[in-house]
Each structure stands twice: as C-alpha cells, then as structure tokens.
Design a protein around this ligand. Structure first.
Ligand code: ATP
Ligand code: MG
Length: 252
C-alpha cells in the first residue's frame, strides 16, 4: 500500500496468559476508512488502545509515517497525529461542548486550558475547538453543557474532541453504539465526509454502517488477524461468516 500512514508489525498485547493481540500485521492507508470487526473479546479495543499508545505493546512494532513510534508515551502518539475515541464515553458532562473540545485541543498543543493564560493562546485553542464542533455539526451547541445534549450529540461531541487534537488518524471505538437508526445516519454521513481527509480506523458492531462506510475491512478473532479485504469480498467469504458469528444462520 503506497499511502500507508499507520502500520503494525507482529503486534502483541498479552494480559498474563491471555493473548489479546497475537502477532497482528495490519496497514492503514491515508484517506480511507478501514473497519475492524469481530466477535466480543476479539481484541478490537485492545488494538485501538495499543495503536494510540494507551497500552504499551508487549512486543512488535507500530510505524507511523514509516517511523517506529512503538515506545512513545500516549501523549506523544496524540501529538504525532493519532487521535482516538473511547468505547465508553470520555466527555466531561458538567463542561460545555466547547469546553470539552478545548480540553481535547490543549492535549495536542500542551499546557493546560485556563483563564489565567495569555489571551492569544486561549484564543487559538478556542478557535481549534470551535472548528472541531463545526466539523461535526455541533456549532450550535458550543455553549450547552454536554449533559444537556442528546445521546447522539454526545457521540458527535466525542468525535469533535478527537478532531480538536488535530489528528491525521482517527481511531474510533464503536461511535454508533446505543444509537437509533436516525442518529446512526448522522454519524455515517459525518464519517463519509471525514474519510476524505483522514485515515479512519473504525471498530463498530453495526454491520450496515460498516458495509456502507468501509474501503477495507479486517476481521479479527481471538486476538488474531483473520482477513483484510473489501466489503464485497468479506461479505461473500464463508470462512469469515463462520469465524465471525459461529453457527448463526443469519450473518451479515
Ligand atoms: N485491561 C485489561 N486487562 C485484562 N484483560 C483485558 C483488558 N482489556 C481487555 N482485556 C481482555 O482482552 C480480550 C480482548 O478484549 P477487547 O476489549 O479488546 O475486545 P473487543 O474486541 O473490543 O470486544 P467488544 O466487541 O466486546 O468490545 C478480552 O478477553 C478482554 O477480557
Ligand atoms: Mg471493544
């Protein structure tokens, strides 16, 4: 892949004897949406957590723009351009949507957001935060407390918070979890737009969304890479259907 931006080579993450990631080799291309699917416990969240530096790899290498970033600290992954959202929500409910994005933006810039810093620094953080809210269509909610926006809007806010860290790669863990059809459609449209500009690694159980959005899909089972292919080839692969949902008749 010529436009590979992020790559894992023989990546392992062990919890004691449990091989949550077992010799994983995978490449992610710029301006593509690459989904990771697989049954519960397959290691999808562990993969994202390892790719963003939150969990140190047990062994193996993570390459970003061709250079090893394996041993960097989590904040250095973020500053390098790898942004991630969490499977469990990560927002401050008592803060406004704008403040949540400011907190995220300062992670990338460094230092802390507070009223006593010089105005120009705070202004640039606020500008970044406002533009992130605008990218996800939440600019009208800037001054509303996160607790007061709808569940769907909170999930949009989480994406805005990732964007506020000015990433090149977005690692998104189940951004549509718990959403109804209409709310999911908003996220699908948003991700269609964002994938024109970013490398997106999407972990998602909503298969309709995955099929609609993915340029490539990877199936993981028991910490291992099973297959990476196009949506069409994955859908028609009986091996994948077996591995993914076991004996279920109704698959994708
Ligand atoms: N912090 C941890 N400590 C110990 N074991 C862990 C930890 N995090 C994950 N695991 C284990 O690693 C394996 C992979 O978990 P992971 O959360 O990556 O799965 P997943 O594919 O994201 O599943 P789901 O679809 O349910 O979110 C599981 O067996 C899980 O119990
Ligand atoms: Mg998970």
């Amino acid at each position: 892949m010529s436009n590979t931006i992020l790559e894992a080579e023989n990546l392992c993450k062990f919890w004691g004897g449990l091989k949550a990631l077992n010799e994983l080799n995978i490449k992610f291309a710029d301006k593509q949406l690459h989904s990771i699917v697989g049954p519960n416990g397959a290691g999808k969240s562990t993969l994202l957590n390892t790719l963003c530096g939150a969990y140190p790899a047990t062994s193996g290498v993570i390459l970003y723009q061709g250079k090893s970033i394996t041993n960097l600290k989590a904040y250095e992954f973020c500053r390098a351009g790898i942004g991630r959202s969490f499977q469990k929500t990560n927002i401050f409910h008592d803060a406004t949507c704008l403040e949540n994005c400011c907190i995220a933006a300062q992670q990338r810039i460094g230092g802390s957001f507070n009223l006593f810093r010089n105005r120009s620094t705070n202004k640039s953080i606020t500008e970044i935060a406002n533009s992130a809210l605008k990218q996800v269509g939440l600019n009208g909610r800037a001054d509303t407390k996160a607790a007061e926006v709808s569940y769907g809007e909170q999930r949009q806010l989480e994406i805005a918070m990732v964007l506020a860290t000015d990433p090149k790669v977005l690692l998104l863990d189940e951004p549509m979890a718990g959403m109804g059809h209409e709310e999911s459609q908003i996220i699908i449209s948003l991700l269609k737009e964002l994938k024109k500009h970013y490398c997106i690694v999407l972990v998602e159980h909503d298969m309709d969304a995955v099929f609609e959005l993915s340029d490539l899909m990877t199936v993981m089972v028991d910490g291992q890479h099973l297959i990476t292919d196009t949506v069409e080839n994955i859908r028609n692969n009986p091996l994948v259907q077996d591995a993914y949902l076991g004996n279920d008749d109704e698959v994708f």
